[in-house]
Design a binder for this molecule. Structure first.
Ligand SMILES: Cc1cc2nc3c(=O)[nH]c(=O)nc-3n(C[C@H](O)[C@H](O)[C@H](O)COP(=O)(O)O)c2cc1C
Length: 469
């Protein structure tokens, strides 16, 4: 009898409030390691992504990368001993980023650096969450056993499935192991590009084509080594909608550079960031970098003058193995170091192809929230067709629920009145008939609530699946 109290009835009505499953971008997972937000902030060398930016991204749920190349330039003795300054600065920045809060912190190291091995060893000693390695294929001289002992993930950057396959094949042969994820960087990226100048506009090299190809190439290694190997897409990704689209093509996450430059936490001088805000589409061009690769930059007076002028610099030390320092008109590390400090007339700014779309400098958290909202919008828009039937059904159930709610309220009143008056006129049969009716309505309400909850969960499942298509 006590089951049919007014309180129980009220709580039944209240319980119709369905607790929705958490609905957000899928996490980026590499075995036991997971970033709640599938966004890696690309490593940006010569002091653009240091502990300030990397830790802010990590706190916002993504992966923050400290770029190792030229990092020693933030130390006073770089020109005396570049190697020592690089290692010291990298160690300091990793520790600073760790001290600044939780989240995943990695290091970006260019394979072409002369001190690649020492920088890699330093990152591993400091137990960063991952090392992301580009500008060359990370095959030789990788201390895989030590990397595994320290629990560091390895992520090569490639621009083709051929390069990915080669790295994995060689790792398997040499180390009986394979990397943990792959960044596929396309020709829209900022900084040095992994494709030749004449290939920049080649359709086949776009990430939309290469991501599915790399996924396919890695499937055999996933099978053989019993682990998922996520593909992370980079280059030209600007909005949450872009993230959704590329993830639908098989990426498990994205790496973004340009958007993170225009943040308050980015470690560059504000004039460097303002150059992004001020740049028009026509200001962005491709340069031939002294290191022998094409790069994308804002074309400024320094670059046009440097192309014509005679070489005047003294190479501090051969920091990049392949740098043609003797032929170069300028030292790229010195130029980038000037730009980092806001001295743009003595340097230049690397950018991604979409930098002209940057409108303002915002906090990292605001940018990540905006990207997440854009992703959700794209997801709903894409799934609307499939969801329509389910949403209709939930509406119908809700209508029926509302109808029953009214009759349950009426029954409750009648039942209470019957009990209070100790009804002679209605008698016990009347009270028990009311109780029976009330029981029936309550049961149907519970059923409806369950049904609605199930339908809502179905809808969310469809949405979440949409992300992993
Ligand atoms: C200013 C700047 C510096 C960069 N420096 C490096 C670097 O040192 N090493 C590297 O692997 N990638 C570098 N990149 C590439 C980024 O890590 C990232 O992959 C790329 O910018 C993604 O394209 P997006 O800028 O269109 O988002 C740089 C990019 C920019 C914009």
């Amino acid at each position: 009898m006590s089951k049919y109290t007014y309180e129980n009835f009220l709580s039944l009505i209240k319980s119709i409030k369905i607790e929705l499953p958490r609905f957000e971008m899928p996490e980026l997972r590499m075995q036991e390691l997971a970033a709640p937000v599938p966004i890696v902030q690309g490593g940006m060398g010569v002091g653009i992504s240091l502990s300030g930016l990397a830790s802010a991204v990590a706190r916002a749920g993504g992966v923050g990368l400290i770029a190792a190349n030229g990092i020693g330039m933030i130390e006073p003795d770089y020109f005396k001993d570049g190697r020592a300054a690089n290692i010291r600065a990298l160690r300091k920045e990793i520790r600073k980023a760790r001290a600044a809060g939780d989240g995943l912190i990695g290091v970006n190291i260019m394979v072409a650096l002369n001190d690649f091995k020492e920088l890699l060893e330093t990152a591993v000693e400091e137990k960063v969450d991952m090392v992301v390695m580009g500008a060359g294929l990370p095959i030789k001289n990788i201390p895989v056993e030590e990397i595994r002992r320290q629990g560091v993930k390895v992520v090569p950057i490639v621009s083709s499935s051929r390069a990915a396959d080669l790295i994995f094949k060689m790792w398997k042969r040499m180390y009986k192991d394979v990397p943990d994820a792959v960044v596929v960087e396309g020709p829209e990226a900022g900084g040095h590009l992994g494709v030749a100048e004449e290939e920049i506009h080649d359709e086949a090299l776009k990430i939309e084509h290469v991501v599915p190809e790399v996924r396919a190439a890695l499937a055999v290694y996933e099978e053989e080594f019993g682990k998922e190997i996520p593909v992370i897409a980079a280059g030209g990704i600007f909005t949450g909608e872009d993230i959704y689209r590329i993830m639908k093509l098989g990426a498990s996450g994205v790496q973004m550079g340009t958007r993170f430059v225009a943040t308050e936490e980015c470690d560059a001088d504000v004039r460097f960031k303002q150059a992004y805000v001020g740049a028009g589409r026509e200001d962005i061009g491709i340069i031939k970098s002294p290191v022998g690769l094409p790069g994308r930059a804002i074309i400024n007076g320094f670059l046009t003058k440097a192309a014509e002028s005679r070489r005047t610099f003294k190479c501090p030390w051969q920091c990049l193995a392949g740098c043609q320092a003797d032929k170069a008109h300028y030292c790229i590390s010195l130029a980038l170091n000037n730009a980092r400090q806001g001295k743009l007339e003595q340097g230049f700014v690397f950018v991604g192809s979409n930098a002209w779309r940057v409108e303002s400098i915002v906090p990292v958290k605001q940018l990540v929230d905006e990207l997440e909202a854009g992703y959700m919008k794209a997801l709903f828009a894409d799934m609307k067709g499939i969801l329509a039937g389910l949403i209709e059904r939930i509406h119908e159930l809700k209508k029926e629920y509302r109808r029953l709610e009214t009759s349950a309220a009426r029954l409750k009143k009648e039942y209470e009145a019957a009990l209070t008056a100790k009804i002679r006129s209605v008698g016990n049969t009347g009270a028990s008939a009311l109780r029976e009716e009330y029981r029936r309505v309550s049961a149907r309400l519970t059923e409806l609530q369950l049904n609605m909850t199930e339908r809502v969960y179905d809808a969310f499942e469809i949405l979440m699946k949409g992300t992993r298509a």
